[in-house]
Design a binder for this molecule. Structure first.
Ligand code: 3PG
Length: 307
């Protein structure tokens, strides 16, 4: 059995060592494709492997069709919008993710970005503090829960909205639940996004919602660029000089945002939320264990595509 790690954005070396140990202990062979620059390299690498561990690497129909022996692909992370699930199902390939394994890393970055933004992007002018402010968590999954935990440490008032969770489920964790996205944006000066990119969430963070945010609003996006309607952000930031947007998922209109909203907008050049040694180790080794358990025992827990 040949297992490929295909990571355009490589794992920390310690994570690769840990993955190798799991794969080789199972009697399988590990092959590595890191920092590839052309799709052809990926197409060649997948040609004869039985399993693959990936991050945000694009596994579209072309890649899945080229992977003639592939039985399982595990996205070491949460979001699997980079994988064509229908093509995988058609090719009898099992797709899994590793939910929760990198959630703390993403949540910690939220606060790095928040402090950076409200301390005037470290320009030296007087900023503001998190203590006592209202934070709205939009989508309360693994990352959202970690954000809530850390926010309480900062002394923030924590609110959340998740269309898939009841108010009771959220409130039993000591977080104030609101009944709608509108209510979250109307209530909270800071909003942090934690939903996956799906057909339903695409462009769903729009003018109608964000224009409702209170004075000195800060929108934090460590989810996906696709969930935010870029024209809406531009419109709100043109209308409101008190509105800031910080993200680690580079917007399509980054050049325009940088030019128009210097001092109120920031994006990391690359998605950085899960870029910690700990997250790489947790997600990478979970992926390796899931592959071994799937191949040896048929365990399909964490499968995200249909059969
Ligand atoms: C995820 O979906 O798990 C995060 O966005 C991290 O993605 P990455 O592994 O591409 O950094």
């Amino acid at each position: 059995m040949k297992v490929l790690i295909a990571t355009d954005k490589p794992f920390a070396a310690e994570a690769v060592t840990g993955i190798r140990e799991v794969i080789e202990k199972a009697g399988f062979e590990l092959v590595l494709l890191e920092k590839y620059t052309e799709k052809k390299q990926l197409l060649d690498a997948v040609a004869d492997v039985d399993a693959a561990i990936i991050r945000s690497d694009i596994f579209d129909k072309e890649v899945l069709d080229a992977a003639k022996n592939l039985k399982i692909v595990v996205r070491a992370g949460a979001g699997y919008d980079n994988i064509d699930l229908e093509a995988a199902t058609a090719n009898k390939i099992c797709v899994m993710n590793t939910p929760g394994q990198n959630a703390n890393a993403v949540a910690e970055l939220v606060f790095g970005l928040a402090v950076y933004a409200i301390r005037s992007f470290f320009k030296g002018t007087s900023g503001t503090e998190l203590l006592g402010k209202k934070l709205g968590i939009h989508a309360y999954g693994n990352v959202g829960r970690n954000v809530a935990r850390i926010a309480k440490g900062f002394g923030m008032e924590v609110y959340a909205f998740d269309p898939f969770l009841s108010k009771e489920a959220i409130e039993k964790e000591g977080v104030k639940a609101v009944g709608s996205a509108e209510e979250l944006y109307t209530t909270c000066q800071y909003v942090s996004l934690h939903m996956p990119a799906t057909d339903e969430t695409a462009n769903s963070i729009n003018y109608e919602l964000i224009s409702k945010m209170p004075k000195n609003a800060l929108l934090l996006n460590t989810a996906r660029k696709e969930v935010v309607d870029e024209a809406s952000i531009v419109k709100v930031m043109e209308e409101r000089k008190d509105f800031k947007y910080v993200t680690d998922v580079l917007p399509g209109n980054h050049a325009e945002m940088t030019e128009k909203f210097a001092g109120r907008y920031f994006s990391t050049p690359k998605k950085s939320g899960a870029q910690t040694e700990e997250a790489n180790i947790n997600a990478g080794i979970a992926a390796a264990n899931q592959i071994v358990d799937f191949i040896k025992n048929g365990n399909e827990r964490f499968r995200v595509n249909g059969k």
